[in-house]
Design a protein around this ligand. Structure first.
Ligand SMILES: [Zn+2]
Length: 234
């Protein structure tokens, strides 16, 4: 009898773990590789950040982004990613994402001021890059400034806005990208809670500026003018 109860308990536990895994980062594989161990940047990564912390951050970021985008791991409108690799290496860019690989520059880590928090900066950078892996791109039609804006919006909402960012209200165009667009998207999300999640969902199959009008009742150019007017006296 005791044996039977044990077996049933074991089955229940197994099902519970499987259910949890179906909706979270547990279902994905994360691999962090430091290919710059011989360099000062690679050594600083190991000392001040570490592969284990980076891997945990990628997992936390995945769950955060799914919540922000209002998506479940297995839903049809959720981007399917099985394995994420982060590679620290000698590249010209600070970081970029492609084919579910996140490349981070060892030179950037090396040159980042010693007086500043490199761990926090890389955390924010990983939220940004992870957003690129999980966001929709309107079948390649969405403006790159909007893509970068959504990625920085994710970073901002996670609490990792960079020190060097411009404040809200700065910028010449809504699709200028990065924090300029992120602040504008935050303004739009203030008009309609969940706007960015809804916009990302619409971008699964295509892209049109009309999505802003559909979701917020005003053309994006009008929204940008309203937004700029709010900060005109600052
Ligand atoms: Zn980016």
């Amino acid at each position: 009898m005791a044996q039977y109860i044990k077996q049933v308990l074991c089955l229940v536990l197994t099902l519970a773990v499987a259910a949890a895994a179906a909706y979270g980062s547990e279902k994905m594989d994360y691999v962090v590789t430091n290919n710059a161990r011989g360099s000062a940047g690679g050594a600083r990564f190991d000392k001040e950040i570490g592969a284990q912390y980076a891997r945990q951050t990628l997992m936390t970021a995945t769950d955060f982004i799914h919540r922000l985008f209002q998506q479940n791991q297995n839903a049809a409108d959720t981007k399917s990613v099985q394995r994420v690799s982060m590679i620290i290496e000698n590249i010209d860019e600070v970081a970029f994402a492609s084919n579910n690989n996140i490349h981070v520059s060892s030179g950037f880590i090396e040159r980042y001021p010693q007086s500043q928090d490199i761990k926090r900066e890389i955390t924010g950078l990983l939220y940004h890059q992870m957003a690129h892996l999980l966001q929709w791109d309107g079948n390649g039609q969405a403006p790159s400034g909007l893509m970068e804006g959504i990625a920085d919006y994710v970073r901002m909402k996670a609490g990792y806005a960079a020190d060097h960012w411009n404040p809200p209200g700065v910028g010449n165009d809504w699709h200028q990208g990065y924090e300029v667009t992120a602040h504008f998207l935050n303004y739009c999300d203030g008009i309609r809670n969940g706007f960015v999640a809804a916009l990302n969902k619409k971008m699964m199959t295509g892209y049109s500026e009309g999505y802003f009008t559909e979701l917020l009742g005003k053309p994006v150019t009008q929204l940008w003018s309203d937004y700029k007017a709010m900060y005109a006296n600052n």
